[in-house]
Design a protein around this ligand. Structure first.
Ligand SMILES: NC(=O)c1ccc[n+]([C@@H]2O[C@H](COP(=O)([O-])OP(=O)(O)OC[C@H]3O[C@@H](n4cnc5c(N)ncnc54)[C@H](O)[C@@H]3O)[C@@H](O)[C@H]2O)c1
Ligand SMILES: [Zn+2]
Length: 665
């Protein structure tokens, strides 16, 4: 690419700065961003790159040179004792290694160690204690001056108002909303016609920056402490010492783990990238800090961020895009689910072109229209969804969506029962429902019947060869071989595959039945608690609810399923066909790996990764991705790498694939 002329660069830089400032204002002042963090970070990276190319164009007020935030006039101002900085970002392992190289160079051969912490998606706060009492709490503001939020912070129950140490202390931490509270808050906002918060950080900020502290008190804000800025009586050498001292004083401190070298840091980051959903608060990455405080001093800071720390950012889970259309898809329970057809975007490693809109109410509450620019999100295994509409992007051509009053598949009336959010087709034998329930039954995690796909199911239904999934087991080859695109050989294979599915594991059969709200997880739990369908059939909703992971909705749905006459008939035909409707003998109540943690490395000959994971979990164990002192077994296949050395170092038991096979079978 040809190098930009200085004039052109200057123009570009100016435009970028304006755009960034506008987004900073929306994000930090209004707590209501109109692009995703990843898109914002991209703008910032572009500006950094241009400024690196043309250092003479860097100005002091450039967003790259300062902390992006403002102070609202409504609040009393607090001058910070030392600037509250931002953090440099690292995207991916490569940039972490670059960071480490810079540290090495700046420390000139001195020994150092890292501490890795969660990067909580919240709002940073500073706290002062005097004589053991909480005296002052403030936001970061513009880094130099923050807002006095003492009153609101007193409503945070995890923040001690009194501590043992009667000294002058200044601390920093992150105020956040737990996930459940974030969800609840957004529901209330939508009911009040307010736009939902895009992320927990904006929600936490919106709650803390309330003039009425009664409102803050109604929101279960929490705080995790991650830094001590000053202490009148004590000195500390390392960050780890600080953490244990703060814990002793009764503070809830941020999760942390030390790491001797950057490769270990990368391991930790990759592990949390996989396991982030297990936390009850959102993290958008990890923060990597130098442990030794004197070395931090030596490394110093830039105007915007410390040189001794970096934020490892997870791949984007949110982006903005446009809704091209809204389509209706029919589920196996007859529910009409509106689905947004999107301008495709890259999210969390895959291309997203559809997002669920759940139901009619959800569309109304979020005021979603065809043609809207929206923020979409894909978290973990969850189906992509629309977070909110960017209303200022509207030009008047957007169309409101209306739920059809006829089933798009069979043309029957649809109804939406009083008090329910879901619209359903009233026709019990609606082909869409039958097809979907059979498709679910044969799917991989359920009965895993190879060769029975959408096209064949349609043919079978059309030719009245089957009406439901139980009928599959009564099919004969003679029924099949005359169907279109079916020969002698493939009809034989289909019959064979159907037969082979008869002894699928009990929990998979439970899942395959298609009981509403019973996903593979709930099916597993049911199979752990009951030995057969016969047992589950006769259980009450109250008994089901007594099981930890089963809530009232699932319980009611299970009881309802087994009461329905048609379903009872379906079950007896499955039984007749010889499907296993109870646990394998040797499996009843067997949890021989209870609580044990396994790590797998290298390539295995007899299993795929998801198979070993299943096997371990079925026996009550857990399969995790990286080796730590808490790992019980490392199972090694061919070409195992650094995990092997690490396991040896930590004294973790090592198993060959054959030894593992023996253990599990
Ligand atoms: N979407 C938008 O329009 C928009 C606009 C502006 C900024 N942003 C987002 O805001 C962020 C930039 O804000 P920033 O300057 O606060 O930088 P940052 O969020 O990247 O990093 C600094 C902040 O991290 C927080 N933090 C969380 N856990 C921490 C820990 N363990 N140790 C230390 N700090 C921890 C602190 O609040 C600290 O102030 C970026 O994520 C950016 O994408 C988005
Ligand atoms: Zn229908």
């Amino acid at each position: 690419m040809a190098k930009l002329t200085k004039e052109k660069a200057e123009k570009k830089i100016k435009a970028l700065r304006e755009k960034i400032r506008e987004h900073e204002y929306k994000y930090f002042v209004l707590d209501d961003p109109s692009i995703s963090d990843a898109e914002f970070d991209q703008l910032m990276q572009k500006l950094i790159k241009l400024e690196n190319e043309f250092p003479e164009l860097v100005t002091e007020d450039s967003p790259t040179q300062r902390v992006g935030g403002e102070v609202l006039d409504e609040f009393k101002k607090v001058e910070h004792s030392s600037t509250m900085l931002s953090l440099d970002n690292a995207f991916g392992a490569g940039e972490l290694r670059d960071f480490d190289k810079r540290i090495q160079k700046n420390l000139d051969g001195e020994d150092y160690q890292y501490v890795v912490e969660h990067k909580i998606d919240g709002l940073s706060a500073v706290m002062r204690y005097s004589g053991g009492s909480f005296e002052l709490g403030a936001t970061r503001g513009n880094g130099e001056v923050g807002e006095d939020i003492t009153k609101n912070m007193k409503t945070i129950r995890s923040l001690p108002l009194k501590i043992e140490e009667e000294a002058e202390l200044e601390l920093r931490g992150e105020i956040y909303l737990p996930k459940s509270e974030f969800k609840r808050l957004n529901e209330i906002r939508m009911e009040n016609d307010e736009s939902p918060f895009a992320n927990p950080r904006n929600a936490a900020a919106g709650s803390v920056r309330q003039l009425d502290s009664k409102i803050a008190a109604q929101r279960s804000l929490s705080i995790l402490i991650y830094d001590l800025i000053s202490h009148s009586e004590r000195e500390f050498e390392t960050h780890l010492e600080v953490f244990s001292y703060l814990k002793e004083q009764g503070f809830k401190v941020n999760w942390h783990q030390s790491a001797a070298e950057i490769e270990a840091v990368i391991d930790i980051c990759e592990r949390w990238q996989e396991e982030r959903e297990s936390l009850d608060f959102e993290i958008d990455g990890l923060v990597i800090k130098i442990n030794n405080l004197a070395l931090r001093e030596k490394l110093g800071t830039t105007a915007r961020s410390p040189r001794w720390a970096v934020a490892y950012k997870f791949p984007a889970q949110q982006k903005t895009t446009r809704i091209k259309d809204i389509e209706i898809s029919l589920g196996r329970t007859g529910a009409l689910t509106p689905t947004a057809i999107l301008e495709p975007v890259e999210l969390a490693g895959s291309t997203v072109s559809r997002a669920t809109l759940h139901n009619e109410d959800e569309i109304k509450r979020k005021d979603i229209r065809i043609g809207d620019t929206v923020l979409v999100q894909k978290a973990g295994d969850v189906i992509p969804e629309v977070v909110k509409v960017i209303k200022e992007e509207r030009d008047g051509s957007e169309k409101e969506f209306e739920m059809p009053d006829k089933c798009p598949v069979c043309g029957s009336e649809v109804i939406r029962p009083e008090g329910e959010a879901v619209t359903r087709c009233t026709n019990i034998s609606c082909p869409a429902q039958r097809k979907e329930s059979i498709l679910h039954f044969v799917s991989r995690d359920a009965m895993n019947i190879d060769g029975v796909g959408p096209a064949l199911i349609e043919q079978l239904l059309e030719n009245n060869l089957i009406e439901d999934y139980a009928d599959l087991y009564f099919l004969k080859q003679s029924h099949l071989k005359d169907l279109e695109r079916m020969g002698e050989k493939s009809s034989e294979n289909v019959i064979e595959a159907i037969k082979n599915s008869k002894d699928r594991e009990f929990f998979r059969v439970l899942y395959a039945l298609g009981i509403r709200h019973v996903g593979i997880g709930a099916a597993r739990i049911l199979a752990e608690n009951f030995d057969s369908i016969e047992e589950i059939k006769n259980v009450s909703a109250a008994e089901l609810e007594a099981i930890d992971e089963i809530g009232p909705v699932i319980a009611e749905s299970i009881v309802g399923f087994f009461q329905e006459r048609h379903n009872r008939d379906l079950l007896s035909r499955l039984e007749q066909a010889g499907i296993r409707l109870e646990k394998e003998k040797d499996q009843k109540n067997e949890k021989f790996l209870d609580g044990l943690k396994f790590v797998f490395t290298g390539s295995l000959n007899n299993y795929t990764r998801s198979e070993v994971k299943d096997l371990v979990e079925k026996a009550g164990g857990r399969a995790v991705s990286s080796v730590s002192s808490k790992t019980d077994y490392l199972v090694i296949g061919d070409n195992s790498g650094s995990k092997y050395d690490k396991a040896q170092e930590l004294g973790v038991k090592i198993l060959t694939e054959a030894e593992f096979k023996e253990m599990i079978e």
